[in-house]
Structure formats: C-alpha cells, structure tokens
Design a protein. Structure first.
Length: 302
C-alpha cells in the first residue's frame, strides 16, 4: 500500500470518528459546563500522547528556535484558544451558520497552503474546491440574515485551527505526529485549565458524577482516535486533501441522526451529500487524473 493510499485511509477513519464525535458531543456537552467538558475530554485524549512523546523528546531538541516557537504555538492556536472561541460562538450562532463556517476550513487551508506550504493547485483540484464549497453551502443552508458575533467567533476559531494545521504540516517533516498531538492536546489542555482558573470555573471539576464521567471518557476516547489518525494522515497527504476528506464527517453525522433519532434529511440535503462526495473525489484524485495521460503515453511507448 503506497503512502497516499495509507494517508487517505487514515483520514477517512478520522472523518468517521469525527462524524460519531459530533453526534455524541451534542449530548455530552449538555451534561456539564462546556468549558469544563472541553478541558476534561481534551485532557483524557492528551494523556496517551504524553506517554507516547516521552521517547521522542530528542526530536524537539533538534529543532531550531523558530521551529520550537511554532511547536509551542500549536497549543495556543490549535489546542486552547479556538476551542474557547468555538464553544462561545456555538452559544450565540445559529446551528446551520456555525456548521457551515466550520466546515469551510478546507478552503482556507488550500488557499494559505499555496503560499505557506507551496502546495500546488490545478484545474481539477480547483473544480473540486468549488464543488465541495457548493455542496456544503447547499447542505447547511447558510442564512446571511443571522450573521453576528457568534459566527465571528466561530470564523476566528476556524481560521486558528486552519493555521495550526498548516504549522503542523510544516513541522511533520521533522518531528513525529505524536509530538504534534502532544503539543495540541496536552499543552493546549494546560492553557484551557489556566483559563478555567482565571475565569473561576474550576468548581464543576470537583462535582463531576459517574454519568458525566461516562460521557467524558467516551468523548475523550473518540478525540484521541481523531487526533491519532488525523496527524498520521496529514503526514502522508497534502493539507488541502486531508481537510477536504474530513468534510465527509457531515453526512456521517446526518446518517447517525437519521438512523438513531428517526429524523429525516431536509429537502436538497441528499443531493448535497453527493455533491460533497464528488468534490472530495475531485480534490483527492486530481493528481491521478492529471497524470493519467502521461502514464498512458509511457505505456504506449513501452
């Protein structure tokens, strides 16, 4: 199995985990303070990466000063501030607008990746971006009349996460995905805990009951799986392709809602799901499509 195929399979697993996580977190976050919920589940996911990173610390010592700053910045722009902004925004924004804004992350990563990572765009991948954006817009039905501060918070969180993924992709050429995950999850959880102390929201940590811990353990376990597969996939794929595949989490969550809650998709959403899948296929298969004439010519010459 080649590098790209392995990367696609890993990120497909990430999308599957994400689809389940979004569905489950909607219930789990209702059981306690959302910031406390975020801190505890992130810490649960972070602990395995703490142990996995111990034998790898020498890799950090080999980084130059700029790279060490970027490594630490992952905790800030990926593991702490955007989580706080996102949950604040969710409490203020409409669900449709919030989901659409968050799922446009692939667009920012693709555009910024051309400059920061020198990733190349071609006519097939650009077509895929347009198709994927149209499918997302059609699925979530963005309502411009309801845009407000909540949507702004979510946009800022999404941009920060996009920046973190670009930084992580840059560093994955020199350090292990486990170290990236350690910075994002463990150091990020430490910063969220500092926020809880400063905002005097630590009291709920002492009153968590068995029911709440059950939700937290499930959510934390899913988050561990998400981070583990995502950064392994990101190491093997361009950042734009990685985040495009993640959009598959949208129909997965919808199917779970449909199957377990008896709800039905809104008119147009089944078609939107097909459009989203088509966009992802175009983006991930762009290099294969463009190389086909060359491979065919090479075969004929042989």
């Amino acid at each position: 199995m080649n590098k790209k195929t392995t990367g696609i399979l890993l990120v497909l697993a990430t999308a599957l985990i994400s689809g389940f996580s979004v569905f489950i977190n909607k219930y789990g976050v209702k059981e306690t303070n959302p910031y406390v919920f975020t801190f505890v589940k992130n810490l649960i996911a972070a602990l395995p990466f703490l142990f996995l990173s111990i034998p790898l610390y020498r890799q950090i010592k080999k980084l130059n000063v700029k790279e060490k700053v970027l490594f630490l910045s992952i905790a800030v722009i990926g593991g702490s501030i955007p989580f706080l902004l996102f949950f604040k925004g969710l409490s203020m924004a409409s669900a449709a607008n919030a989901n659409f804004i968050h799922k446009t992350m692939f667009l920012y990563i693709t555009l910024f990746g051309v400059y920061y990572l020198k990733e190349k765009l071609n006519w097939v991948s650009i077509s895929g971006l347009v198709v994927l954006l149209f499918g997302s817009l059609m699925f979530f039905k963005l309502d411009p009349s309801k845009l407000g501060m909540g949507e702004l918070y979510i946009l800022l969180a999404t941009l920060l996460w996009a920046g973190e993924i670009l930084v992580s992709k840059k560093l994955l050429g020199k350090i292990s995905p486990s170290l990236i995950s350690f910075s994002r999850m463990f150091l990020g959880a430490v910063l969220i805990f500092v926020y809880l102390i400063m905002s005097r929201q630590t009291a709920p940590l002492l009153t968590l009951n068995l029911h709440q811990w059950t939700w937290l353990l499930v959510s934390g376990g899913l988050l561990f799986g998400y981070v583990l597969t995502f950064y392994q996939g990101l190491k093997r794929l361009p950042a734009s392709e990685t985040t495009a595949i993640l959009t598959l989490a949208v129909p997965i969550t919808s199917l779970l809602t449909l199957g377990l809650q008896g709800k039905s998709l809104l008119p147009g959403q089944p078609v939107a799901v097909l459009i989203i899948v088509a966009g992802i296929i175009l983006i991930t298969g762009s290099s294969f499509v463009l190389s086909f004439p060359r491979r065919r010519e090479s075969t004929n010459n042989y």
